[in-house]
Ligand binder design. Structure first.
Ligand code: ADP
Ligand code: MG
Length: 377
């Protein structure tokens, strides 16, 4: 697909003004674009680096139109915008990303059905429309399985791990409130992710394979390059190729994968936007995931490949980590510290991240892990 190439100085409208919007805006401004951001939070991080701020709800059609009228292109930083409102915007304004990816991927059920249709490897799953459907999960998948809400979950929110029959009541009450899916709980060896950008005329640019570790289901650290056998990167790229035959993507997105103890690769989920596990690219690569996103949506050519300038360890900084570490920032010029500028600090809220570039990942990881020790005490 081909779309318009914007002149430098054009205006980019971003729906959502969190840290992803902020880092997108910073890339855009580096390249000479103007930025307008729409967000319901009066104190959202992106507004401080934007030329204009529309303070309105994501479903405020009037405000969305105002954004459209003032922008040469519209993008978004997250997947929970209404697909039908996005469709309305697509019909009136320049939204090269379209609405299909959002529509398919904001619902875990249609996401899984699409991944199935694309013949990617995914964990067996069952649709749960009502509590009694859990019997189906017990029969078809067996314990342990994990129940996830179809809509709105992030950082492990809206999930119940059903290890055995004693967890069924908890799962039932979740399904009673919201439609869910159940999927087999895999015995994981590792989690990895692949960040990809699609540009004009379907140009594809891959970032290096990323290795991710979660704590309490929130991303804790990312290490690049991923420490897997050499074929895994190619396998992951092959899965992405199958996916993009079924979903129209423009810009940066990330596919999260599981590797189980039998060394099999499974697609977990897709984020149709820049992703936390790609943040290391700001310092460690010749183009960041935000740079390539802005190049893509403004219709410019992408770099053919992304060069990893140095191996990297990226650690998220939750509120609890800031409490633990902020006094040490001044003594660590080797930590590339990013603070998003959110006004309210909460212990499990992502407040920033830091990236260390290193020739000795094992050593750097060890030093950092010592610093982060005690975060859940
Ligand atoms: P979110 O939208 O919250 O990121 P995910 O489906 O990615 O939801 O789940 C969050 C984390 O929970 C995963 O990164 C993984 O660590 C764990 N997890 C989720 N599903 C499974 C599964 N089927 N098997 C094993 N671990 C899982
Ligand atoms: Mg995830």
């Amino acid at each position: 697909m081909s779309f318009s190439k914007l002149k430098f100085g054009s205006t980019i409208g971003i729906i959502g003004g969190g840290q992803l919007g902020k880092m997108m805006a910073q890339s855009a401004q580096k390249m000479g674009f103007k930025v307008i951001v729409l967000d319901p939070d009066q104190e959202c991080p992106c507004q401080y680096v934007a030329h204009e701020f529309i303070n309105a709800a994501y479903d405020n059609q009037e405000a969305l139109n105002q954004l459209g009228e003032s922008s040469d292109v519209i993008t978004y930083e997250f997947e929970n915008i209404s697909a039908s409102q996005l469709q309305t915007l697509v019909s009136k304004y320049n939204v090269p990303q379209g609405y299909q990816a959002i529509q398919l991927l904001q619902d875990r059920l249609t996401e899984k059905q699409t991944l199935q249709a694309a013949q990617t490897q995914i964990a067996p799953f069952v649709q749960l429309s009502e509590p009694s459907d859990l019997n189906q999960a017990i029969e078809n998948i067996g314990y342990p399985f994990i129940v996830k809400t179809r809509f709105g979950g992030y950082d492990g929110k809206g999930q119940v791990l059903v290890k055995d029959a004693t967890y069924i009541d908890e799962a039932k009450s979740l399904v009673d409130k919201q439609e869910c899916v159940a999927e087999q709980f895999l015995d994981l060896q590792k989690e990895v992710s692949l960040t990809v950008t699609i540009g004009n005329d379907n140009q594809i640019t891959y970032f290096p394979l990323q290795e991710n570790e979660h704590q309490h289901q929130i991303l804790f650290k990312t290490i690049v390059p991923a420490r897997t056998d050499i074929e895994k990167e190619q396998e992951a790229q092959n899965e992405v190729k199958k996916i993009i035959d079924h979903i129209h993507f423009v810009g940066t997105f990330t596919v999260e994968f599981f590797i189980d103890t039998h060394n099999h690769l499974y697609v977990n989920e897709i984020a149709p936007r820049p992703h936390n596990s790609g943040h290391y690219s700001i310092e460690a690569c010749d183009y960041s995931q935000f740079d390539t996103h802005i190049l893509a949506i403004t219709g410019q050519k992408l770099p053919q490949s992304i060069e990893l300038l140095k191996p990297a360890v990226m650690m998220n900084l939750l509120g609890r980590d800031l409490d633990l570490l902020e006094d040490q920032f001044a003594d660590h010029p080797d930590w590339h510290v990013h603070i998003y500028g959110k006004n309210t600090r909460k212990s499990d809220r992502k407040m920033g991240h830091l990236t260390v570039l290193t020739d000795d990942v094992t050593r750097s990881e060890e030093i950092l892990l010592n610093r982060f020790e005690g975060r859940y005490n």
